[in-house]
Design a protein around this ligand. Structure first.
Ligand code: HEC
Ligand code: HEC
Ligand code: HEC
Length: 353
């Protein structure tokens, strides 16, 4: 026998053996195999649905973004609770109801697949798939703390705690409350004497732990551990010392709307990733959210107002607030993309209030 014939004979024998093996396995084996392939199909579908609908808040690896909770340990949660949370959402939080019967976009079967995927605990594969689909979320806004500023803070009384607080603050809070706690269009100032008189440490702890329902101020109890919360409370309570010492972080400058082709393309990419699920392909609208590719809306709404709506969301509706998660440049790029549609947008009567 030649080498090749010997190989073919071996393959034949193996195939017969495999066939016999399956026959011996019989009915229960086939059922198990079918159940296994159904399980794989559901995990695959659930992964894609997760990539399209959930990464913006829960992260590509289920790690949670900003104040949005991690889902990495969701496999340990009650199965019915998982299903209900995705179907019905959580009242007064960023977690919208995704079930079609609740005004969302996912069928019961699709939610079942997401549930099975969350239980399968395959986050490495999920992250790879999310990247493959080009849906990895951008970094959230963080203020920069120059090394010399940190050294100055550390030299203050209780400096180590203040420096730790400033780090937590820069990474998690500055996007809304401003680089130096001076406040922004999104959130009130945290560095004032008035606030320090009105709120003691216990009040601050309560606000940070529970958030302020119905506003952009989320609960941080899942995202920050007890030490981090303590540190940022110490910072807010002692901001006067930083002010007195003249310590300031560089302010993140708002840039005028960049309407370059790159910005518009970036805005379109973000829009496709985060907004089409509700506002429809190319912003033409859907049963659950109004058309944005709409002459009436675009001509009546200035750029600043569009950016404000995107950043702040619309309280009491499913329109999420993106401000804690997209940076100014991203929000400006989405606005530039929407503005680029104005010339060709159809005239649609204003949506009912
Ligand atoms: C706009 C942000 C946002 C999006 C998008 C989002 N979630 Fe959530 N999700 C939240 C928030 C906020 C909570 C916490 C709600 C609370 O405080 O009870 C949450 C909670 C959850 C929980 C409960 C976790 C727990 O520990 O109790 C699950 C499960 C969940 N989300 C799954 C999903 C799935 C699946 C999707 C996509 C279909 C999704 N979420 C999309 C913001 C979001
Ligand atoms: C996505 C934007 C956003 C982020 C990020 C954010 N906040 Fe807030 N925060 C708000 C808004 C909006 C309010 C006002 C809520 C209201 O109307 O009462 C607020 C209120 C507060 C208040 C009460 C202020 C007062 O005058 O009563 C405190 C304290 C606070 N935030 C601390 C924090 C801390 C600490 C962080 C970071 C760990 C943080 N916030 C992150 C938006 C945000
Ligand atoms: C979960 C569904 C959902 C997602 C995702 C969503 N929106 Fe919305 N959006 C809505 C709803 C619902 C409204 C209408 C709110 C109301 O009744 O005022 C809305 C309103 C708006 C408006 C105001 C429209 C008007 O006519 O006043 C803008 C602008 C907007 N969304 C932009 C965006 C952008 C940009 C994104 C992606 C970054 C996005 N939305 C993602 C549901 C959504």
């Amino acid at each position: 026998m030649t080498q090749q014939m010997r190989w073919l004979a071996l393959m034949g024998t193996l195939m017969i053996a495999a066939g016999l093996g399956l026959a011996v396995l019989g009915e229960p084996g086939r059922q198990a195999a079918a159940a296994e392939s159904l399980h794989i199909a559901m995990v695959t579908e659930g992964t894609d649905l997760y990539a399209q609908n959930c990464v913006a808040c829960h992260g590509a690896s289920g790690e949670g973004i900003a104040a949005y909770p991690a889902l990495m340990t969701a496999a340990d949660l009650d199965a019915q609770m998982l299903f209900n949370t995705v179907e019905r959402g959580r009242y007064n939080t960023g977690m919208a109801a995704f079930g079609v019967e609740e005004g969302g976009i996912l069928t019961g079967m699709q939610i079942e697949s997401i549930k099975v995927m969350l239980q399968a605990d395959t986050w490495d594969t999920v992250a790879v798939r999310v990247a493959e689909l080009g849906l990895t979320p951008p970094q959230i806004v963080a203020a920069e703390i120059p090394a010399e500023t940190l050294t100055l803070v550390e030299a203050l009384p209780d400096g180590a705690a203040l420096a730790a607080g400033l780090t937590v603050y820069a990474e998690n809070c500055a996007a809304c409350h401003g680089a130096n706690g001076e406040g922004s269009t999104l959130a009130p100032a945290l560095n004032t004497d008035e606030l320090r008189v009105r709120l003691n440490d216990a009040d601050l702890a309560r606000i940070i732990q529970t958030g302020v329902p119905g506003t952009l101020m989320a609960s941080w109890s899942g995202a920050l551990d007890a030490n981090q919360q303590q540190a940022v409370i110490a910072l807010i309570g002692n901001w006067g010392e930083l002010n007195t010492a003249g310590i300031r972080l560089p302010v993140i400058e708002a840039v005028p709307l960049d309407s370059s082709p790159q910005a518009i393309a970036n805005g379109q990419r973000l829009f496709n990733m985060l907004c089409t699920q509700c506002h429809g392909i190319d912003g033409y609208g859907s049963p659950i959210a109004p058309a944005l590719n709409n002459q009436t809306f675009l001509s009546q709404t200035p750029d600043a107002a569009i950016q404000q709506i995107i950043a702040g969301g619309v309280t009491g509706t499913t329109m999420p607030s993106w401000g804690g998660y997209l940076n100014d440049a991203d929000i400006a790029a989405i606005t530039a993309y929407l503005r680029s549609l104005e010339a060709t947008a159809p005239i649609i009567a204003p949506t009912q209030p």
